[in-house]
Design a protein around this ligand. Structure first.
Ligand code: BES
Ligand code: MN
Ligand code: ZN
Length: 514
């Protein structure tokens, strides 16, 4: 993985010599302001020529000589980006999001002029604004810079833009705090990038064994504890769900488990991610059209593992256990069939109505096992679980289902802060009734109505009273709301929520309290 350096520097803006210097221009009631006299004459003359006024999304790229007004500048290019009346935005999350999208615009400009080293001028506002400025602009630039080039061999490396090498935040005040928050942004961006990379790998490039290998290597890098459950372990443990799904495949299923334990014992949070490396639907085969997208059916697992990368670095005060049940869902000769009855970990039996409702089968085993073995104080699972959630919420909200209001409210608030919005859908006995089976304890589909909810009710059977939240990312794991810092293809949705949830559970109190 490419890694972009993000540094905070106190050097003068005049001394910055990189490929591109970006200045974010905000407006006040009087006109243009950027809190620095150095640029004011330039902006005034641009205003005069009506070239650039600092309105939102306005852009101007200048090359030297920059003219007598800013002749001291040594950068190769100067990029002005307007954000309009930033100070008028009272909603902090809205403001932060504007900074992220502005970062995305800067990254796009860097790409089009092949700039590798970019400087971001952080004006001295004399408030706390510059701390958020550094954090969210950086997040937007790093995420907007994302490319997946691994399989492009036809172009020569020198000809292809390889993305940003270094971002320098040029700050004069609050340098320590800016530096601290820049580290948070870079941890977030690294994890999201890893999740996108995993998801971009095709079904033959990212198998259950790749999940296992990644977890092993991560555990060595970050001193986590790693256990890989092999097929024989799953058989021995009675994990009839994942074993059934794996039966039609040549690729052996794996369950990757990572444990992070803080020095002082805190609460335990369990994260479970659906690692379905390709979902053909099995014997209940999916239509050919769009089947290719089912290489992304592992995005929940990718989110959980890549979040552990940041957790390993940040060393929070809570214990975090991550479980990724991984298999593909194929229609080989030994494949499980509609009508089969399976027995999950813990003994609940289930009648298979559709082999395409496989995600809940592998998650059920992982949830039941994880809760029994690690006794977590709360559980979050994340999965591309149902097409139904796309009918309900489109590609703009992720479905949230939970048996605990406190946990749900905390996640919704975090979703707003991270710009990964969640919308809660109900659970209830009337929905659970839809998955009653004539001959087994439950069945794996609940019919057309409320498919996202009946899928969650299936999982609900395996979590009991443990506070639990389920994130159905089928609509947001890719094709997520188009933004400057979110590429086409996998978005890495959920990574930020998971990391932020752990960060906010880091003070000795109950993990589910706000
Ligand atoms: N992985 C799919 C869900 C999915 C569909 C994710 C489209 C993203 C886009 C899941 O395994 C699945 O096939 N679900 C079925 C369940 C049905 C058979 C009860 C669905 O949603 O159609
Ligand atoms: Mn399926
Ligand atoms: Zn699936």
């Amino acid at each position: 993985m490419k890694s972009t350096k993000l540094v905070v520097s106190t050097k003068k803006v005049e001394d910055y010599t990189g490929d591109l210097l970006a200045i974010v221009v905000a407006l006040d009631e009087q006109g243009v302001t950027i809190g620095e006299d150095l640029f004011r004459p330039l902006l005034n003359s641009l205003l005069q020529y009506k070239e650039f006024s600092g309105k939102k999304d306005e852009l101007l790229l200048l090359y030297p000589p920059f003219g007598s007004l800013v002749e001291k500048l040594q950068c190769r290019r100067l990029l002005l980006v307007g954000v309009g009346r930033l100070a008028d935005i009272t909603d902090i999350h809205f403001k932060n999001e504007l900074l992220r999208t502005t970062g995305g615009i800067i990254a796009t400009q860097c790409k089009s002029c092949k700039a590798k080293n970019v400087g971001i001028y952080i004006p001295a506002y004399g408030g706390l604004a510059e701390i958020a400025y550094g954090e969210f602009l950086s997040e937007g630039i790093l995420l907007g810079d994302y490319q997946f080039l691994k399989y492009k061999t036809l172009q020569k490396e020198e000809e292809t833009y390889q993305g940003l090498a270094k971002i320098e935040l040029l700050a004069t005040t609050h340098v320590k705090a800016i530096r601290r928050n820049a580290v948070k942004a870079s941890n977030i961006a690294r994890s999201v990038t890893i999740a996108r990379d995993m998801a971009n790998e095709p079904g033959n490039g990212w198998t259950p064994s790749h999940f296992a290998k990644y977890a092993m290597e991560l555990s060595e890098r970050q001193q986590l504890r790693c256990t890989i459950l092999e097929k024989k372990d799953m058989v021995e443990l009675g994990m009839g769900g994942i074993i059934a799904v794996n039966r039609g495949s040549e690729e052996p299923a794996k369950i990757a488990i990572l444990e992070y334990t803080p020095e002082l014992k805190g609460q335990t949070i369990l994260l479970v991610g659906k690692g379905l490396t390709f979902d053909s639907g099995g014997i209940s085969l999916k239509p050919a059209q769009g089947m290719m997208d089912m290489k992304y059916d592992m995005c929940g697992g990718a989110a959980v593992l890549s979040a552990m990368e940041a957790i390993g670095r940040e060393k929070p005060g809570v214990r975090v256990v991550a479980i990724v049940p991984a298999t593909d869902n194929m229609a080989g000769g030994g494949a499980f069939k509609p009508g089969d009855i399976i027995t999950h970990y813990g003994g609940i039996t289930s009648e298979i109505e559709s082999t395409d409702a496989e995600g809940r089968l592998i998650l059920a085993d992982a949830l039941a096992y994880g809760i029994e073995k690690f006794r977590p104080d709360c559980v979050i699972d994340i999965a591309t679980l149902t097409g139904s959630v796309i009918f309900a919420l489109g590609h703009h909200y992720c479905g949230l289902l939970s048996n605990n209001d406190q946990l749900a409210d905390k996640l919704i608030a975090i979703g707003i802060a991270c710009a990964e919005p969640l919308w809660r859908l109900p659970l209830g006995d009337m929905y659970a009734k839809q998955i009653k089976s004539q001959i087994a304890d439950i069945k794996n589909t609940g019919g057309k109505p409320a498919g996202c909810i009946t899928a969650a009710e299936y999982l609900h059977k395996f979590v009991g009273k443990t506070p639990w939240a389920h994130l159905d990312i089928a609509g947001t794991a890719w094709d997520f709301t188009e933004k400057t810092y979110i590429p086409k293809g996998p978005s890495g949705f959920g990574v930020k929520i998971l990391i932020e949830f752990i960060r906010r559970s880091n003070n000795g109190k109950s993990a589910i309290s706000a």
